[in-house]
Design a protein around this ligand. Structure first.
Ligand code: ACO
Length: 320
């Protein structure tokens, strides 16, 4: 059976930064409230001429450069996004055209904030089965396009960005395991309605809606369980994990998972303060940051986890 290894990472954050203070001028909120409840200080927001696919193009190009592969080596593109450029064609197809890659399989995965973990899990299965040799796996989100800027309980939390990895068939062990779960019973706690249907029936634009407090409670419990599941299925101890790369939803959720792993926060890659919650892009953005600044080294064991609307949750244990 073939192994799948991450051979390159890349990311992109839009130039424009919106600080917590910027919200104070038009919302009943404060820098103090946002930082204390979430750990967020600022987030990046795309320009009018940017989209999920334009950000993905930059992140993917950087990942391919890091891996030493060219666009036409790629035989599979999976983009995780809940804020696609179009309903269809998929953002993966639009990215394929931007990268001028001919003929490979390209599709989107919609698993909200867990999208990148889902995409990585799917690409891993493709490679293990011999269905692909060099895959681009991307999380890309233009969250600012799906937020209601009069709803203080959501709009202060999310940011835009894109993160990518190249996953290659390899003799060496790379991805140790991925674990994907969902429970659609929770669909009404975090959702965006169908924009086409809503506009037609109610003349309303569809925006993200979240019962944050209820989501928080389930997220903490569920992520604790998936950490245990991931370690048990690999026969590893907590101390075998070198780095935790959590989905960046809330610093309090991140800290609770680190505590479950008995891991000091110095071993957790945290980007939420500067990036906010970039949904499916948050894990690959954090991974790229820690690879490029030299924190994560070859051979180290990284635990990635995420939780999002659905609910969907998952983890990936990776030897870098
Ligand atoms: N500024 C000031 N007050 C606010 C704001 C704001 N931006 N937003 C909400 N409030 C108010 C509420 O109206 C409420 O007021 P009330 O007591 O008068 O009713 C009060 O603050 C407390 O609200 P809660 O929702 O209970 O606040 P909480 O401490 O739970 O923090 C938060 C909210 C940050 C959203 C938190 O619940 C959270 O992080 N939830 C998890 C989010 C998550 O993990 N999502 C999954 C991934 S995202 C995805 O899949 C797309």
């Amino acid at each position: 059976m073939l192994n799948a290894k991450i051979t390159g990472t890349g990311s992109y954050l839009p130039e424009k930064i919106v600080s917590n203070k910027d919200f104070e001028s038009f919302l009943d909120t404060s820098d103090e409230w946002i930082f204390a409840r979430t750990g967020i200080k600022q987030r990046h927001v795309i320009a009018d001429n940017e989209t999920s696919s334009s950000m993905a193009e930059i992140a993917a190009t950087r990942a391919m450069q890091a891996a030493g592969v060219v666009a036409n080596d790629i035989d599979l593109i999976i983009v995780a996004t809940s804020s696609p450029d179009r309903v269809f064609p998929s953002t993966a197809c639009l990215l394929q055209a931007r990268l001028k890659i001919n003929d490979c399989a390209a599709f989107d995965v919609q698993a909200a904030c867990s999208g990148f973990i889902y995409a990585l899990g799917i690409a891993h299965q493709f490679i293990k089965a011999g269905g692909a040799k060099k895959a681009l796996v991307i999380g890309s989100e233009a969250n600012s396009r799906i937020l209601d800027y009069s709803d203080r309980s959501t709009c202060v939390i999310f940011g835009d960005g894109s993160g990518a990895v190249v996953l290659e068939a390899s003799e060496e062990v790379g991805i140790l395991s991925t674990h994907l779960h969902s429970d659609g019973e929770y669909q009404d706690l975090l959702y965006i309605n169908n924009p086409i249907k809503d506009q037609k029936q109610h003349g309303e634009q569809a925006f993200m809606r979240m019962q944050g407090n209820d989501v928080y409670k389930v997220a903490v419990k569920t992520l604790g369980r998936i950490v245990d599941e991931t370690l048990e299925s690999n026969g590893l101890r907590k101390s075998d994990v070198d780095w935790l790369i959590p989905h960046q939803a809330n610093i309090r959720i991140i800290s609770s998972v680190a505590k479950r792993l008995e891991m000091p926060m110095s071993k957790v890659v945290v980007t939420i303060e500067n990036q906010g919650n970039t949904s499916s892009a948050s894990v690959p953005l954090a991974l790229d940051l820690a690879v490029r600044d030299g924190r994560i080294k070859k051979g180290e064991i990284v635990l990635m986890e995420a939780f999002g609307g659905g609910f969907v949750w998952g983890s990936a244990l990776v030897k870098m």
